[in-house]
Ligand binder design. Structure first.
Ligand SMILES: [Zn+2]
Ligand SMILES: [Zn+2]
Length: 309
């Protein structure tokens, strides 16, 4: 049995192949908290008096993020942490996840805001999927558009300074590859740890765990005894995202730090991409008055396509 390379006291339970560290569970958990704190500082994600809304679905990423942020931000008396849970309306899946999110919120003594697709759009996701039938857009892609809108509206109404989400290193590198394979190369510029507000109606979004691999977040949740929704969404993942996940995981088996390298490459080319993108004026959607580049926003276009609008 090997001793932990950090504390040199406890037995190591995890070997971080890309760094050579062998860690006990305490040192491992501390390393995840430190990495998240370092990411927050590196990108200047929060101010000491921010009202931070944390999007918590009940999955391992968002619950772990909440747990870590409560530890970090709880030390700043002027920072306010509020939990936001979106109920998309997915039978047999969301109820359980929402219950877990509510429990975690209560245990930390925080406030939770709940919003649903049903109240915002008139229909829940299950109904939309049925109405949508077999048309081209996948449930995951329209759920993503509707979720982002829901999160922004809730954050704005709550007058939050910033909205934090649990995106991890795997999510970010997969999205980068998806943009490339979809032919949206310039959109890689939008896959970033901080999306600063560029319009009074948009709330700044941050991803404090974007440099933590998904596998390590699962392990963190396990070691911390965090309860989270274990089953994945019945509509989970587009076919392309799942293929990319499989591909990157496969490459990583022999090339240990490939996801970090991809993430760093993305950071390096972002300024060049931004220079290529023309400054566009953000206006307001003609139908819903939410911020958009075009005349009609993505959400309204989608709702029209789904015959909801
Ligand atoms: Zn240790
Ligand atoms: Zn609109």
């Amino acid at each position: 049995m090997t001793k932990c390379t950090h504390c040199r006291l406890n037995l190591a339970v995890f070997e971080r192949s890309y760094s050579g560290e062998r860690l006990c569970s305490d040192c491992f958990c501390r390393s995840i908290q430190d990495k998240t704190r370092a990411t927050i500082n590196h990108y200047g994600m929060f101010n000491h008096n921010d009202k931070i809304l944390v999007a918590v679905s009940g999955g391992k990423d968002s619950i772990s993020l909440l747990n870590i942020l409560a530890g970090i931000e709880g030390k700043f008396p002027d920072t306010e942490l509020i939990v936001l849970t979106v109920d998309e309306g997915i039978e047999g899946y969301r109820d359980e996840a929402a219950r877990i999110a509510t429990n975690a919120t209560r245990q930390l003594g925080l406030q939770q805001i709940l919003i649903s697709f049903k109240e915002l759009y008139g229909y829940d996701l299950d109904q939309i999927v049925k109405m949508h039938g077999g048309r081209s857009i996948t449930p995951c892609s329209f759920c993503g558009v509707l979720r982002r809108r829901a999160l922004n509206i809730a954050a704005r109404e709550e007058r939050a300074d910033v909205l934090a989400t649990g995106h991890n290193l795997d999510d970010e590198t997969q999205t980068m590859m998806m943009n490339l394979l979809h032919g949206n190369a310039l959109r890689i510029a939008d896959v970033r740890p901080v999306l600063r507000s560029t319009h009074p109606k948009l709330v700044t979004r941050v991803k404090p765990m974007c440099r933590v691999p998904e596998r390590e977040i699962s392990l963190y949740a396990y070691f911390q005894g965090i309860e989270f929704q274990g089953i994945s969404c019945p509509y989970s993942g587009s076919a392309l995202r799942n293929d990319i996940r499989f591909l990157l995981d496969g490459i990583e088996r022999n090339h240990k730090s490939v996801k970090f390298t991809l993430f760093k490459s993305m950071e390096r080319i972002r300024p060049a991409l931004e220079a290529l993108i023309e400054e566009r004026e953000i206006g307001e959607c003609r139908l819903c008055q939410e911020p958009t580049f075009g005349e009609i926003c993505n959400t309204c276009q989608l709702l029209k396509e789904l015959s909801i609008l």
